[in-house]
Design a protein around this ligand. Sequence first.
Ligand SMILES: [Zn+2]
Length: 156
Amino acid sequence: MNCPRTDSVQQSRVHGPRDPELEIHAGSCDACRAVIELSPFFEQLAASSLDASIPDARMVWLKAQIIQSRRQVRHVQKTLDVLQLLPWGGVALCWAGLIAAKWSQILASLQDFSLGRFLYLSFTGGSALPITLIVVVLGLMTVTAGMALHSILREE
Ligand SMILES: [Zn+2]
């Protein structure tokens, strides 16, 4: 959609006088009609950009400071995200170590499991899982749940 007469049509529209021959051409030419329809928008845009003043140096400096501090915050946030993996790794290692060390006891107690017998034997020091193991498991569960809650609340 090109026309060699769009500049002439534009000039006669903006600066006048309007050439009747160009007006007739513009009525039948898609390119010239599009230029005529869009020219008020571009004239308005040009006028508004001429009125635009140079921003205050203090505002530019403040915006630069804000952008820089946001970058620093993002950098620290990324570092914290990586550091937060360490406690998760520690908890996972504790769980793995606990299960590996007490696997035979866990299997034996699960083979004929009944909650009442389990609790009775645990607290009386019988052959079920020892109370120290239960305390360790409950402690690990608490730490894991706490870390999960911390992660969830931190993301909100
Ligand atoms: Zn044309």
